[in-house]
Design a protein around this ligand. Structure first.
Ligand code: MEV
Length: 317
């Protein structure tokens, strides 16, 4: 059996995070400049069933049998083995690498899972369809997130800009004019499980109030879909601002995010908002193309640990 690679990109949410957990739509795009990879190599001349798992980024080098049941890497490997070869496990080594920022709203957990399932299913001789990979990754996302919406596994598996709504077939975005964005990382890591849990606590305390906020965010996402398609920058700017205000109401923004949003606006971005779970992680700024470098510099000066320009096009090659 040859060495086999599997790969999946990062992702960023443009509109609709958190409300998407409650059934509202959201828009997200893959970020192909960062990715997770898994490499599977057979181990020769050893007993069947020996599986070595290495993830140098997190200092992991263990046998699969020693990984706890709820370890997401182990869970992705076990789920793939169960799916394809439930009665016989060959001996292999799987090496996982990722340069997607962790706990920063960029889908690192989902990307690692998808890369593992992709590589291992191909290694076992039965590459799985994107639909099945995404379904399996969704189950494993529950270990990372608790109650994920499914947006992360969908975007990183299909690698396309999506208009996502839970329990609906995946819909891609039609884009007639590209838009330019800058992603900037506060460097503060907050697990999505934590922010999703905090929003859940607010919701449980006053369901009607928060249903209303989620519905307002859902309406923004519907109009944003058309504005993105038309490349209508001024209108998209207003929608980013409104979406950010609702995220403040959900108490998931924080001073580090607000500082970057202000820096982006002051440097000529059309507008900006937090992206992903919040309380740290990333912001996204919509920029006129000629202002992109200026905005990136301003964000670094304001304390961003990393900036990444990205362009939303019809298809991201
Ligand atoms: C995380 O990338 C986005 C959230 O909406 C959670 C989810 O959709 O699972 C905060």
């Amino acid at each position: 059996m040859p060495v086999i690679f599997g790969k999946a990109p990062g992702k960023i949410i443009l509109f609709g995070e958190h409300a998407v957990v409650y059934g509202q739509p959201a828009i997200a795009i893959p970020v192909l400049d960062v990715n997770a990879t898994a490499r599977v190599t057979p181990i020769l001349n050893t007993e069947a069933g020996k599986v070595r798992v290495q993830a140098s980024d997190i200092g992991l080098d263990e046998l699969l049998k020693d990984l706890p049941e709820d370890d997401p890497l182990g869970a992705a490997i076990r789920a793939t083995l169960n799916e394809i070869t439930p009665t016989h496990t060959p001996a292999f080594e799987i090496q996982i690498d990722s340069n997607i920022p962790i706990s920063a709203g960029m889908g690192s957990g989902a990307a690692v899972t998808v890369a593992i399932i992709r590589a291992l299913s191909a290694f076992l001789g039965r590459p799985l369809s994107n639909e099945r990979i995404s379904e399996m990754a969704f189950e494993i996302e529950k270990l990372h997130h608790g109650t994920p919406s499914g947006i992360d596994n969908t975007v990183v598996t299909f690698q396309k800009p999506v208009f996502f709504q839970r329990d609906e077939p995946i819909r891609t975005l039609s884009i007639s004019r590209p838009t330019h964005w800058v992603i900037a990382d506060t460097g503060k890591q907050t697990p999505t499980r934590e922010t999703v849990g905090a929003v859940r606590a607010l919701y449980d305390g006053s369901p009607e109030t928060y249903e209303e906020i989620f519905a307002e965010i859902g309406s923004i996402v519907h109009v944003a879909r058309q504005a993105l398609s038309a490349g209508d920058l001024p209108f998209l700017g207003q929608l980013l601002e409104k979406n950010q205000q609702f995220l403040q109401d959900l108490q998931v923004s924080d001073p580090a995010l607000e500082k970057l949003i202000k820096a982006a606006r002051d440097a000529g971005a059309v507008d900006a908002k937090l992206s992903g779970g919040g309380r740290g992680g990333n912001i996204i700024a919509l920029v006129p193309p000629e202002r992109s470098s200026q905005v990136q510099e301003a964000l670094l000066e304001a304390g961003a640990v990393r900036v990444m320009p990205t362009i939303l096009r019809e298809t991201i090659a």
